[in-house]
Design a protein around this ligand. Structure first.
Ligand code: PLZ
Length: 423
């Protein structure tokens, strides 16, 4: 088999430099809680392909469903010749997302595409232009979603000009906002919107209930409910971007479930289809159905193979109780992370929910971000066979996103490596 080194050389001559990779080893196969490279070296997987392989790589039901579908038909385009699995995925999403109201769904290919469509739907339904987003937000890399995303490097740098009518307000970030309560942080954001934009101009308020790329920022309790309440009163569409937090990742079906927040629209992707590209917008029937026939779509959106994989993934989540699995992962991981934090003053905070956990690293005794420490610990993990990712506006957050089917033994081995990497 071709070695990782050879593949890396070929890559340099064939693949655009702008596409980066966390590790330089090349994957041969993956499953459960591990990834094996072409040299036969095994990695404990604390990345899950960035919160995608919630049911694990090549999950048995997903493999079976994909095989069966690929033999029946691969693509007819739902806009041309529709098929049952698209409808069935929409039924499932309408049933499992927060809120008992009448819902509709539409399927797309990527998270960014889902976010773009949520904005289209909110603008169409309200007739208003403005979209409110938050500091540290990440919503994608397309032109509109770059504008919605907060961080310049690497996502936006020299890629402008960006879409207009996007307004950014402060997030609730307990470690860094002086301990504002959720209600206080929401009041601060709302006042800014009312003074600088005007509620009557706002189509949508778009928020990740726990921020992903921005640093696994968990807002103070009450922040999301207060924003939800304000949006209802102001006729603003509350859009929850659950692309990273969804599908059992945080120990519930969706992160909004933790505070009983019911979004008007919810954007979904990543964990939805066990690794196949699929995304969705699910929401209130009256908003979703406001759009004229033909106003939403795309060639591949809701591809039949991806739909088959989604149905199998959702079934797997139910049958294996992967929300419960995420809660168990949280219990084991948080205990261990707290032990490490007790001895290592660079760890300012252990945070997250379910199997979406992180530590934020700072210069000891300050809140000054220490991205070099995050990079060094991450590199030590990679060298020892544990795949971890960093994130955060300051690049100083180490995040942990194991597949929810990781075994107790794999989880323990991964945590041992992490523990040793902190020194
Ligand atoms: N919204 C909340 O987390 C994708 C991006 C990795 P796509 N996050 C991983 C990278 O560097 O590109 C994401 C997200 C949230 C939207 C998206 C975008 O989803 O499927 O990557 O388009």
């Amino acid at each position: 088999m071709t070695s990782s080194e050879e593949l890396h050389k070929r890559r340099g001559a064939a693949v655009a430099r702008g596409v980066g990779s966390t590790i330089s080893s090349y994957v041969d196969h993956a499953g459960g809680g591990t990834i094996t490279d072409v040299e036969g070296r095994q990695w404990i997987d604390f990345a899950a392909g960035i919160a995608v392989a919630n049911v694990g790589n090549s999950a048995p039901r997903v493999v079976e469903a994909v095989k069966a579908q690929v033999e029946r038909f691969t693509h007819t385009c739902f806009m041309v010749a529709p098929y049952e699995s698209y409808v069935a995925v929409c039924e499932q999403l309408n049933a499992i997302t927060p809120g008992g109201h009448e819902k509709r769904s539409a399927l797309f290919n990527s998270g960014a595409e889902a976010v773009e469509n949520a904005v289209k739907i909110a603008r169409h339904a309200t007739g208003r232009p403005a979209v409110v987003v938050f500091d540290h937000a990440y919503h994608g890399r397309t032109n509109l979603t770059m504008a919605l995303t907060a961080k310049n490097m690497p996502y936006k740098h020299r890629f402008g000009p960006f879409a207009g009518e996007i307004y950014r307000v402060p997030m609730s970030y307990p470690l860094r906002d002086g301990g504002l309560s959720g209600a206080e942080a929401a009041a601060r954001a709302i006042e800014m919107v009312e003074k600088q934009v005007g509620a009557e101009n706002v189509a949508a308020l778009l928020i990740e209930p726990i921020q992903g790329e921005g640093g696994f920022v968990v807002p103070a309790a009450g922040f999301l409910p207060a924003l939800r309440q304000w949006a209802t009163a102001a006729g603003v569409v509350f859009v929850a971007d659950e692309i990273q937090t969804g599908f059992c990742r945080t120990g519930q079906w969706f992160a909004c479930d933790h505070e009983d927040v019911v979004p008007d629209l919810i954007t979904l992707a990543k964990g939805i289809a066990g690794g196949l590209p699929l995304a969705a917008v699910t929401g209130r029937a009256e908003l979703m159905d406001a759009v004229h026939v033909g106003g939403l779509g795309g060639t591949y959106g809701g591809n039949p193979i991806a739909c088959a994989a989604a149905l199998a993934s959702i079934e797997t989540m139910r049958e294996l109780d992967l929300a419960g699995a995420a809660q168990r992962i949280e219990t084991v991981m948080v205990a261990r992370l707290r032990t490490i934090a007790e001895r290592d003053p660079r760890i300012a905070e252990v945070r997250g929910r379910g199997a979406m956990l992180a530590v934020e690293l700072v210069q000891p005794g300050t809140l000054t971000p220490d991205p070099a420490a995050a990079a060094a610990v991450s590199a030590a993990c990679h060298a020892a066979g544990l795949l971890t990712l960093t994130c955060g506006t300051y690049g100083n957050v180490l995040r942990f996103l194991p597949p929810l089917v990781i075994s107790d033994d794999e989880l323990a081995r991964g945590l041992d490596i992490l523990d040793a990497a902190f020194g």
